[in-house]
Design a protein around this ligand. Structure first.
Ligand SMILES: Cc1cc2nc3c(=O)[nH]c(=O)nc-3n(C[C@H](O)[C@H](O)[C@H](O)COP(=O)(O)O)c2cc1C
Length: 293
């Protein structure tokens, strides 16, 4: 009832694990793979990164604030680790790097991938993520290079902090298969007793409830101008949130911070979506973009 096709991938439902929240081990992905449409791995680069010192994740009242710093093992070690992924759903590997060559090389290392997601949007690592997404020409070169090096679907994950309409349209021209929006938004927290920033990196990325209306508007805006599918991400914690994103124009949604509170979130959203569709006698695909007048 919830099955969708997403740029050639068959998904049993439109709910995708967002990159990063479950770390870099197959065992955590295996735990949720039976309930999700697909999983996106923690972002990985050729060399890997140690990331920032603790504290790296703060749980505050409207979501999370994190500056993990793209901590992950080098690509070759990560690809070995992923051999124990149970394949109960498609595996999307999130990649980050600094040049088209690095991204291309990464697609070659991860033969195990069903698709790739290009991280053009992480807000707290110098020279990667969002800094790449800010550079329109470089982002397009990266998309062209990865499309050349792999026949698998390539998704670009961009930020609402970008001029996202312009960026997404250019990436579409460059050959991208889907756009995911959004990553976390830059933010910070200060401890009033020590009078100092709480995160070791001082600033980080805000996710969860706080960013939902912002990400939702971005999906709504992009649906008007793009042909390729849109994957909505930001603050989804229940089936109503997921439906709002779908009605705004998302073909699928990614869920990150909500998993931090409960790994059952996918199961419960999935069951509620089925109940909603039955009660309203409609198909999920009929609801995509229905909020547009
Ligand atoms: C602890 C943590 C780690 C994350 N790591 C990554 C990452 O490695 N790559 C990436 O593209 N996004 C990463 N994200 C961003 C999420 O994938 C997602 O885009 C963002 O959290 C918004 O969705 P949410 O509100 O459902 O969490 C991370 C988020 C959190 C909270």
């Amino acid at each position: 009832m919830l099955e969708i096709e997403l740029c050639g991938l068959q998904l049993k439902n439109p709910l995708i694990l967002a990159s990063g929240v479950l770390g870099s081990h197959s065992s955590s992905l295996n735990e949720i793979a039976k309930d999700v449409g697909a999983v996106v791995t923690k972002s990985v680069s050729i060399e890997g990164r140690e990331g920032y010192k603790n504290p790296t994740v703060i749980n505050w009242k409207c979501g999370l604030l994190n500056a993990v710093g793209l901590a992950s093992p080098p690509a070759k070690i990560f690809s070995e680790e992923l051999k124990s992924f149970n394949r109960a759903c498609p595996l999307i590997i999130s990649l980050y790097g600094k040049s088209p060559e690095e991204f291309s090389k990464l697609t070659e290392i991860f033969e195990i991938a069903d698709a790739f997601e290009l991280n053009l949007s992480c807000p707290h690592v110098k020279g990667a993520g969002m800094e790449i997404g800010k550079d329109l020409e470089l982002s397009c070169e990266i998309v062209k290079a990865t499309k050349k090096s792999t026949e698998k679907p390539v998704i670009a994950k961009i930020s609402v902090m970008h001029d996202y309409i312009k960026l997404a349209k250019e990436l579409e021209k460059a050959g991208i298969d889907a756009i995911a929006i959004s990553n976390t938004l830059p933010g910070m927290k200060i401890d009033i007793i020590s009078k100092k920033p709480v995160l070791s990196n001082i600033t980080g990325g805000v996710s969860g409830r706080a960013i939902k209306p912002i990400a939702l508007k971005a999906v709504y805006d992009l649906y008007k101008v793009l042909e390729v599918p849109i994957i909505g991400c930001g603050g989804i914690t229940n089936f109503e949130d997921a439906l709002e994103f779908i009605m705004a124009g998302a073909k699928a949604v990614q869920i990150g911070s909500a998993v931090y509170y409960s790994k059952r979130v996918f199961y419960s959203i999935k069951e509620s979506l089925i109940a909603f569709l039955r009660a309203n006698k409609c198909k999920l695909t009929e609801l995509v973009g229905v909020a547009h007048i």
